[in-house]
Design a protein around this ligand. Structure first.
Ligand SMILES: N[C@@H](CCC(=O)N[C@@H](CS)C(=O)NCC(=O)O)C(=O)O
Length: 226
């Protein structure tokens, strides 16, 4: 499959993404969206785990030497270039194989809808969750405000997902991102039962073979629970 993909990519003059693509990630972090997108896109890659507490690799080397910002995801393509930021990385990965339709073509209304969701997830959800995780000293008042903001955003997502399977007319990279970010709710004991369509959506995305495979490989789901 990977060899077949690489051949196709060469024909499309999109050779980046392949066996020597590296993804720096950490289990359960936002890099999970990139792992899902790479697998959904059928792109062969090497996964490298980063300890986000120490910013070191298992061998003790410093992650800051690779990524001065210190965060994941970071993708290194086979030309050696390194890129961060989940939303544009997802967009780029979606474009690598147009036949998989993980993102609609540039300039189409469908593309605008996916970019809108990617940005919504990045700015309204991801960065509302983030302070709780990465800064132990976050004030209680900030946490309360974040919870309230997330509640309104989840209610909107719930309405958007009523009567539809995915955020747009089919599974796209925006769903990979939304799925992993909303799932952080479980770690923070945020009750999702007021949002039944959102809960059903999370279950639907989790049941996709490539998503399930990713969750199992990342140790985020036990094989007997799958
Ligand atoms: N602006 C980045 C933020 C990525 C981010 O927040 N990564 C978190 C994990 S979800 C991280 O690595 N935090 C550890 C740190 O910043 O040191 C993006 O949108 O991809």
């Amino acid at each position: 499959m990977a060899a077949c993909y690489r051949g196709m990519a060469r024909n499309l003059n999109l050779t980046r993404g392949g066996a020597s693509t590296k993804l720096y990630s950490s289990p359960g972090a936002c890099s999970l969206s990139i792992l899902i997108a790479l697998r959904e896109a059928g792109i062969d890659f090497e996964g490298i785990k980063v300890n986000l507490q120490t910013h070191k690799f298992a061998n003790g080397e410093d992650y800051y030497a690779i990524s001065p910002r210190g965060y994941v995801p970071l993708v290194e393509f086979d030309d050696g270039s390194r890129h961060t930021e989940a939303a544009p990385l997802l967009q780029y990965i979606g474009d690598l194989d147009p036949q998989r339709a993980l993102i609609p073509p540039a300039g189409s209304p469908g593309r605008l809808a996916v970019l809108e969701w990617l940005t919504f997830v990045s700015t309204e959800l991801h960065k509302t969750f983030s302070p709780w995780f990465w800064q132990a000293q976050t004030a209680e008042s900030t946490k309360v405000a974040c919870r309230a903001k997330l509640a309104t955003r989840f209610a909107e997502l719930d309405r958007a997902l009523a009567g539809r399977e995915y955020l747009t007319s089919r599974f796209t990279v925006a769903d990979a991102y939304a799925f992993m970010i909303v799932n952080w709710s479980r770690m923070l004991a945020i009750n999702l039962s007021p949002y039944p369509h959102l809960e059903a959506y999370l279950a639907r995305v989790a049941a996709r073979p490539k998503v399930l495979e990713t969750l199992l490989l990342e140790g985020l789901l036990k094989a007997d629970a799958a």
